[in-house]
Design a protein around this ligand. Structure first.
Ligand SMILES: Cc1cc2nc3c(=O)[nH]c(=O)nc-3n(C[C@H](O)[C@H](O)[C@H](O)COP(=O)(O)OP(=O)(O)OC[C@H]3O[C@@H](n4cnc5c(N)ncnc54)[C@H](O)[C@@H]3O)c2cc1C
Length: 375
């Protein structure tokens, strides 16, 4: 259920272990809109296992330099990915390009995608699950994977555990192709008080940026370019230019949500995956990466255990502790980088230059060295 990152990755991984897949997606087609995404070494390894790395590499960027600045332009940290050694590779890519590669691969492996299928509810008996759609149609199947995102209907049916939690931060995201002067190898993070800005190339001479702000009331419809410029326009170069050269229609606004980790992810012939299972804030850049790991783990469990109901429980056990850790780490990272306190901001700007790049490299290597099950 759902043709997002997690659903498409699960379809590819399941097809690779000879399990047929039908994807039901509520949108009329693959959405053209969407900003960029950073895929860390664990996700890169998952893409390699799925056999899509080469195609994604053709449309993506591989930033080799990183810089952390404060909003006035003072350099806090400088990173050179070459110093981090092999395996620390991260990919930055436009979401639409990533989804297109995943979708093409899923179709080539035999998965079917049914668009305009908004699933409302489901019911299970001993051998089947019936999905009910908003167009009054229904489908009977033997296993359902709810990869229907943060507002998952499948999760609601299984757990009925209320709405996700607004974290107190919201973000604007955009992609510009007008800023020819932006270095093709540079990832940038700029920190202010209760605000942060990031930018990175995403292939085809485009630069993806995000601007995040803390506000307990959410974005309150501050959707236009002038809204972003009001809060970030006087920041160090190239922040203003990146925002200013972005088409109004390419700017998206999101309130950020997560959930406390759930003890239960599934029941009988149904489970959940990706944001439906473990929504987390983007401060570790791991939400999408974890959904790719989920997909590999799910297919692995279905391959090695011929009892599908048991295999779903094996998958849940394999994934719960790891994804819960990232939910909590992402919260910590938000607390550290988005503080509104003047003292905390000054401390951060003083401490960051003292963080040895070896420590940052260690984090990337830990992600790269995560032992993923084999398909
Ligand atoms: C601002 C921001 C920045 C981020 N940056 C990063 C990053 O750099 N790196 C990273 O790894 N992660 C990042 N993430 C997280 C990442 O976007 C998500 O974790 C990832 O998209 C989850 O994939 P998914 O397939 O579970 O959900 P989604 O991508 O949300 O896909 C769900 C799909 O299900 C469909 N659907 C929903 N309801 C129904 C229904 N009822 N019936 C049928 N279909 C349905 C939707 O239309 C959609 O296609 C970021 C998130 C945000 C908000």
């Amino acid at each position: 259920m759902g043709a997002g990152l997690g659903g498409l990755a699960a379809a590819i991984s399941l097809c690779k272990v000879q399990i047929g897949v039908d994807i039901y997606e509520k949108a009329p087609n693959l959405q053209e809109v969407g900003a960029g995404i950073v895929l860390y070494p664990n996700a890169v390894n998952a893409l390699k296992q799925m056999g899509v790395y080469e195609q994604i590499a053709k449309v993506a960027s591989f930033p080799s330099q990183g810089k952390y600045l404060n909003s006035k332009g003072k350099v806090l940290v400088k990173l050179n990915m070459a110093d981090f050694g092999p395996g620390a590779e991260a990919i930055t890519v436009h979401r639409h390009d990533l989804q297109k590669v995943l979708c093409d691969k899923a179709l080539a492996l035999g998965a079917k995608i049914h668009f305009n299928k908004d699933c409302w509810t489901l019911e299970q008996d001993k051998d089947t699950v019936t999905l009910h759609f908003s167009d009054d149609t229904q489908v009977e199947t033997n296993i359902v994977i709810g990869a229907d995102g943060i507002h998952s209907k499948i999760r609601k049916n299984l757990l009925n555990d209320g709405e996700p939690r607004y974290t107190g931060s919201f973000t604007w995201r955009g992609v510009t192709s007008q800023l020819v002067s932006y270095p093709a190898n540079l990832s940038l993070m700029v920190f202010g008080r209760g605000k942060q800005f990031g930018a990175t190339p995403v292939g085809k001479n485009r630069v993806y940026w995000f601007a995040t702000m803390s506000d307990q009331k959410g974005h309150r419809d501050r959707r236009s370019k002038s809204d972003v410029l009001k809060f970030f326009g006087d920041w160090t170069d190239p922040v203003n230019e990146l925002i200013d050269t972005t088409k109004e229609s390419e700017i998206l606004t999101h309130n950020l949500y997560d959930r406390d980790p759930a003890v239960k992810w599934g029941e009988d012939r149904v489970t959940i995956l990706g944001d439906a299972a473990h929504p987390m804030t983007p401060f570790m850049g791991q939400g999408g990466c974890q959904s790719l790991e989920d997909a590999i783990a799910l297919a692995h469990c279905m391959k090695v255990n011929s009892n599908p109901v048991e295999a779903l429980r094996d998958y849940e056990k394999m994934r719960q502790a790891r994804t819960s850790d990232f939910v909590y780490q992402s919260r910590k990272s938000e607390a550290m980088t988005m503080s509104n306190s003047r003292i905390a901001t000054m401390l951060r700007d003083a401490i960051l230059p003292m963080v040895p790049s070896k420590l940052i490299a260690k984090q990337l290597h830990t992600l790269a060295n995560y032992k993923m099950p084999e398909l």
